[in-house]
Ligand binder design. Sequence first.
Ligand SMILES: [Cu+2]
Length: 331
Amino acid sequence: MSQQHRPRRFTGRSGTARAAAGWAVVAAAATVLTTGCTAAVNDDVRRAWLPPESEGATTTTALSQNLWVGSWIAALVVGVITWGLIIYAIVRFRRRRGEAGLPPQLRYNVPVEMLFTVMPLFMVGVLFYFTARDQHILEERYDDPAVQIEVVGKRWAWDFNYLTADGQPDVYDTGIMAAQTEDGLDFDAPDTIPTLYLPVDTQIELTLSARDVIHDFYVPAFSYKKDVIPGRTNYMSVTPTKEGTFIGRCAELCGEGHSRMIFKVAVVSQADYQAHLEQLRALGQTGELSPEIGPAHSTPAEEQVQGGVDQQEDEQGEDAGGQTNPEGANG
Ligand SMILES: [Cu+2]
């Protein structure tokens, strides 16, 4: 290297001053970032932007969230090191005035290649370990769940079959897809959006199946979702620990009504849960809406949806006071 290729920036007095000014800007930005955040933002950061209602919602949300947040931290650490090395290489080895041609090329460097092989393996190994460990806990089915409910996905809503203690059909509830209003989805339409009632602090097993195509049962507050597949039974074991009403969605694109395939989960006390079952019984909704009855009979709702919104409202008006027991719903 000849004299003219010597770095210019970090030698003379002006270079030192410029470096100092640069660090001052970095320090100022860091101060703004760390002190400028409100408590709410810090909460969001701590949860890695998972929904606030998820906090303490079930016995396993903390597990899922820690895995999620931990993965983000690991990814950020790797990202910062990688970005730092890239920027360092760009600055340190940039072409300087008067230079021409290629710089010396590095190849067959065994230590570097070992590093580039071992490091990614190590990182994937760490992520795999924590994921496998937590998934094992999350997916373990309860030996003796106190409550069993069949969840049946259909285009574009959900049916819920509440089972007796010995696994026999007891009562059911059904819904149709949410109405699209000018302001978005109507989340509060009580006669359309199905609500899954769950007793709080109780080991519950949900049996997931589908009538038609693949759906996905997703309750963001529970930090959990699972595919709902026709001809296959999936399970979700959950113990809700916080009373409240949470929004649920389908998380698998299943057709034009997919975004309107929403439902609610009401986590209530034991007494309120039993009262809800009694209410369904009083409506004559005994038995089950079996997944086997297929799309043609999937819902009274589906006909209503095809008939358009006006007709849907009419039929609901007629049905008020006692919903009809659909075909295939034999107790
Ligand atoms: Cu769906």
